[in-house]
Design a protein around this ligand. Structure first.
Ligand SMILES: Cc1ncc(COP(=O)(O)O)c(C=O)c1O
Length: 382
């Protein structure tokens, strides 16, 4: 398969082998430039250029491009500083009552479920974490945990530790059948796996910026379904929560009838400006193309790892896989392998005892071969 990005878009890709998007992806160069320019202007000119109108309108490009990413409307998108912040505000907005339950998985990233745990301590609702079997969650076990008292099913589209990808349509219908909201943390999938909200009526989708969206720390986006845009009272509020942010009046809050009711304060606005550039770029490349390309890289990797007798622990079925590949070598300490690879400028992560490889659109098959060669030379032949 031909490369789908150029060195101009990700200038550092030849300096090292970077297979770590599930941790922090390389940032799209257009985003880096936009953030630098924005930050420099603020530092040198204060609010001379970033005036009240600019501040009121600053999220518009990000609303627009995220709407293209998810096939929804710009008014369905809210911007925050991190996925955890948006999830926290949403969890307090929903605050399931004492007889209710929230369903998630036992291997989900903690930030996806901690906000619900915290709300549960206050309201007395219960949290059901569906157990994995060898790091794999059977979707039918999630469905079996949903009952008439389930207020929310909140899962990560792709599990951070195993790369397992869930069937959103199937889980969404199962949640809705029982009257529960279906909320998806797409931090490990947005930008790399297609999510089409026209096809799938998910209630909320949240994603941080710095992984597969190739954006910065300090920004995140949330899709909120239209039926929740008039009713939910955000858990976090501030001057931006009022529908006219500059009609400053401490005596009242009137929320906008859009997802932006979840935007509440100043933030590192330049990061939102940069994230808009990254998402625009990814949408232009095509998420379907990125998905196919990343799976092609993952295939090359899996083949090479198998030849080296690695125990592949991530899901390999077409239905459930992503480009996150996890593997361990029998009798070898993954921490040592990780350190040796790092010394050789090959970057990945370790989750549990498995090495976690997470190639993204800026990688090419040579990066995979180089990583495998280093594994041979540094790690396995001694
Ligand atoms: C699935 C998932 N959700 C959320 C986060 C954290 O997101 P943020 O740092 O934007 O709060 C991570 C980070 O690894 C993650 O993997």
């Amino acid at each position: 398969m031909k490369p789908i990005t150029s060195k101009r878009d990700f200038p550092s890709t030849d300096n090292f082998v970077y297979l770590n998007a599930a941790n922090v992806a390389l940032m799209y160069n257009g985003a880096k430039q936009a953030i630098s320019e924005w930050t420099q202007d603020l530092a040198e000119n204060g609010s001379n250029n970033f005036d009240e109108i600019a501040e009121a309108e600053v999220f518009e490009p990000l609303h627009q491009h995220t709407a293209q990413l998810f096939n929804c409307k710009p008014e369905d998108i809210s911007v925050g500083s991190s996925a955890t912040e948006l999830l926290g505000s949403l969890a307090w907005a929903i605050a399931p009552e004492s007889e209710k339950n929230v369903v998630s998985t036992s291997i989900v990233f903690p930030s996806t479920v901690y906000p619900w745990q915290r709300v549960a301590r206050s309201t007395g609702c219960s949290i059901r974490l569906v157990r994995d079997i060898n790091s794999f969650i059977h979707e039918d076990d999630i469905i079996g945990s949903i009952d008439k008292n389930t207020a929310v099913v909140c899962i990560s589209h792709v599990e951070y530790g195993s790369g397992q990808r869930f069937d959103l349509e199937k889980l969404c219908s199962a949640a809705h059948e029982k009257g529960a909201l279906f909320i998806v943390d797409a931090t490990q999938s947005a930008g790399a796996v297609p999510i089409d909200l026209k096809d799938c009526p998910i209630d909320a989708v949240i994603s941080g910026a710095y992984k597969w969206l190739c954006g910065p720390f300090g920004a995140a986006v949330m899709y909120l379904a239209p039926h929740l845009q008039h009713t939910l009272e955000p858990g976090l509020v501030g001057f931006r929560s009022h529908k006219d942010i500059w009609d400053l009046n401490a005596g009242r809050i009137e929320y906008p009838d859009s997802a932006s009711r979840f935007e509440f304060s100043t933030m590192a606005y330049g990061c939102a400006v940069g994230l808009a550039k990254s998402i625009d770029f990814l949408v232009q490349v095509g998420i379907e193309n990125i998905f196919k390309y990343n799976l092609f890289l993952a295939d090359t990797l899996v083949e090479g790892l198998r030849k080296r007798n690695a125990n592949i622990t991530s899901s390999l079925s077409n239905k459930h896989r992503s480009s996150i590949v996890t593997a361990a070598f029998e009798g070898k300490d993954s921490s040592k392998i990780l350190q040796r690879l790092k010394d050789a400028k090959v970057y990945l992560s370790k989750r549990g005892n498995a090495l976690r490889f997470s190639p993204h659109l800026y990688n090419n098959p040579d990066h995979i071969e180089e990583a495998l060669d280093h594994i041979d030379r540094l790690c396995l032949n001694q």
